[in-house]
Design a protein around this ligand. Sequence first.
Ligand SMILES: *[C@@H]1O[C@H](CO)[C@@H](O)[C@H](O)[C@H]1NC(C)=O
Length: 365
Amino acid sequence: MESKLKPLELAANPLLLALLNLQNLANAVPQVPCYFIFGDSLSDNGNNNKLVTTAKVNYPPYEIDFPQGPTGRFNNGRTMHDFIVKLLGFEEYMPPFAESEGKNVLNGVNYASGASGILDETGKHRGIRIPLNDQIKNHKTIISRITTLMGNDSATKSHLSQCIYSVQIGSNDYINNYFKPESYDTSNRYAPPEYANVLVQQLSDQLKTLYNSGARKFAVYGLGLIGCTPDARVVHGTKGTHCVDKFNEGSVPFNQRLMPLIDQLNKNLTEAKFTFLNPFGSIAGLVTDIPCCKTGGGGGELCLPNLKPCDNRNKYIFWDGVHPTDAWNEMIAKSAYSTNKPQEAKPFNIQKLALQKIQIHVNPK
Ligand SMILES: *[C@@H]1O[C@H](CO)[C@@H](O)[C@H](O)[C@H]1NC(C)=O
């Protein structure tokens, strides 16, 4: 039977109004049509599960707070990107490339792989991983699938130009390369400032490759203080300070070079919008020095399987020896999305990046 409620009756019926609002929410259109994720274990949501590597986490207690249980995310719940895509209005998280199929690739794909880096060799002592160069190749595979779904190149080009491309990578080029001289020779070949130049130069080429395949909205993340993780502190010692200074001295030049690169790319590639994000600010009131789970798995930094983790997970920054908790990821996602501090997001936060108008030149056939 059809409902014959008049507008006034509708307004006077709070239950109906609530139902209508729910429906609006469910049909809400995301602020961008798609969101692509490139990165390492901070972003991985299952790409390493079937690879031969010590950098995978599809076992309990990982994702103890995630409804589906362990899917391959390196924490107790959601990644920063999981929170950001919800803030952007998506209903679903982005599927890992390894499991992407059908139409879901139109909304975006997550290519991130634990232990991977900007350099191809990074993380090799951990086993198989998908370096950024290969993540970009995987993206080209997805572009062909999108083109098949959309029917033609210019529709694809216009679709891709509106998407956010998130790139958060570089920690492993230090943790699983430069600061592992027993497995890698980069620290013999380069002083920290030179090494940062090498990484940022290569990242610049990789961003341009994405641009050439249609990316126009880029969110590029700086490195957090990699010397302050529980694992770095235990393995390398802190000499009485809170962090391993040598590690942070390595990563600070990376951020110092990445910021001006983003300015240059905005000037040189005028069709595109790039932003630099570094939302790793406030740690007030949180346990910063010890991990929530009992570590010793993987390369020593991951949780051991099947042991009970801490109860008050919302009070911890670190879930395991290097990866932050769901609670921390939520805080930094909110800050990446809406911060107005230029040291955290320059020139745009994610919300403003989403609003940027992109003009593309589609060649008429
Ligand atoms: C931007 O363009 C200038 C001038 O052509 C060039 O020197 C510089 O290397 C370019 N930077 C990037 C990141 O493309």
